[in-house]
Design a binder for this molecule. Structure first.
Ligand code: 1CP
Length: 354
């Protein structure tokens, strides 16, 4: 028997499976975070990773955006870098800067420092947080679990911090192709187990963030990033064939068709991608996205017009409305409400006009 409260809003799950829905479901990447004053208030008393390790806090932060906006999904509050931590690398979150790894991978010999983690032991706090959050959600909307893609995690593990170009990480693919493949393969294996167990703990859909996919040329993406992304989805689907799996490969214009040929159910688009062109490349797959987060700085009428254009470009079916990347810390929460409400309103009108 399902130990969790019954789900009252399954729009996202149905859209992800390609089923018809009365309107497009909507959520926002980074919907929990620093643009919300109630998030900043909670974070004032604990560090970022302490908050991630405290299930009651995770549940509260995850639900904060759902208290304000009419969202069709919650995404668990955590970070992609908890996996490198579990493999033995120190990761700090520097206030106002972002992640930093004081002792990154410098040479293939450093791979020996990486543990094949005991996932339930090292990441048990994430699973516990998912279970607590799923109960706290009380079936209001599905709970999304997530991980970073192997390439995006490798980028931080080699570079040691966020970066515009990740030149050091990219150079590994050329200097140490075998070690790079080994690292990516080990990450894919750990990440697959991590996602599978997230579902067992309460996640109802999962998303893989390949935020730095766009830094790779088509050849490097195909040779390094794509095989492990594909492997990750196949391993996940073997365990949970019916649980929707979303891939967001930011900037990977050239890869949309190849991604559509993998086991992912949903392809996320960033705001530089054209929905109509993406439809032609991805066939029957459900698409997610892709309003430019910067559009939330426009006045409400301009923002609403942009939302309407986006919905028209995707068409009325097989679409999960979202931003083309995450919320900014300086976004006004009131504009997020305009975005969400405009999706509801225009999406229903478009459906009825059919
Ligand atoms: O609502 C949510 O989405 C919250 C959960 C969440 C997710 C899905 C957080 C909380 N982080 C992430 C994913 C994540 N983390 C990605 C992939 C998505 C993306 O591209 O934005 C990446 C690249 C990271 C790494 C990371 N963690 C960054 C980016 C740094 C860079 O190199 O540009 C930052 C700033 C963080 C910290 C972080 N993670 C999450 C929050 C709310 C924050 C801010 C920390 C704070 O409160 O000070």
């Amino acid at each position: 028997m399902d130990p969790f409260p019954p789900l009252q809003n399954d729009l996202l799950l149905r859209a992800a499976r390609g089923e018809d829905t009365p309107r497009a479901p909507v959520w926002m990447m980074r919907q929990a975070g620093r643009y919300l004053p109630e998030y900043r208030a909670l974070r004032a008393s604990s560090s970022f990773f302490e908050a991630c390790r405290t299930p009651a806090l995770v549940a509260e932060i995850t639900l904060q955006p759902l208290e304000r906006f009419d969202l069709d999904a919650a995404i668990i509050f955590s970070d992609i870098l908890v996996v490198p931590q579990a493999m033995g690398l120190e990761v700090r979150m520097e206030k106002g800067i972002g992640p930093s790894l004081p002792d990154p991978l410098r040479h293939p010999d450093d791979l020996r420092r990486l543990a094949a983690p005991d996932v339930p032991a090292e990441l048990g706090y994430v699973f516990e947080a998912l279970t607590v959050t799923r109960h706290a959600l009380a079936g209001r909307a599905p709970l999304i679990g997530f991980c970073g893609a192997p390439w995006t995690l490798m980028a931080y593990m080699v570079e040691g911090a966020g970066s515009k170009q990740f030149a050091r990480a990219r150079s590994w693919l050329h200097r140490y192709p075998d070690a790079s493949r080994e690292l990516l393969g080990r990450l894919a294996e750990t990440l697959a187990e991590y996602l599978v167990r997230q579902v067992e703990a309460g996640a109802q859909a999962v998303q893989v963030f390949d935020s730095w996919a766009g830094l790779l040329g088509p050849r490097e993406f195909e040779a390094f990033a794509l095989p492990c992304l594909r492997d990750l989805a196949e391993r996940f689907k073997q365990a949970h064939p019916d649980v929707p799996c979303i891939v967001f490969a930011r900037g990977a214009h050239h890869a949309l068709q190849a991604l559509a040929d993998t086991a992912y159910d949903v392809i996320g688009l960033d705001w530089t991608m054209d929905p109509a062109a993406a439809r032609r490349q991805t066939g029957p797959k459900t698409l997610q996205g892709n309003l430019d987060p910067a559009a939330l700085f426009a006045d409400p009428a301009t923002l609403r017009a942009a939302v309407r254009r986006m919905l028209e470009a995707f068409g009325p079916r097989r679409h999960i409305a979202n931003l083309g990347h995450g919320m900014h810390p300086d976004h006004d929460p009131a504009r997020a409400a305009v975005f969400v409400d405009a999706v509801h309103e225009f999406s229903e009108t478009l459906r009825k006009a059919e």
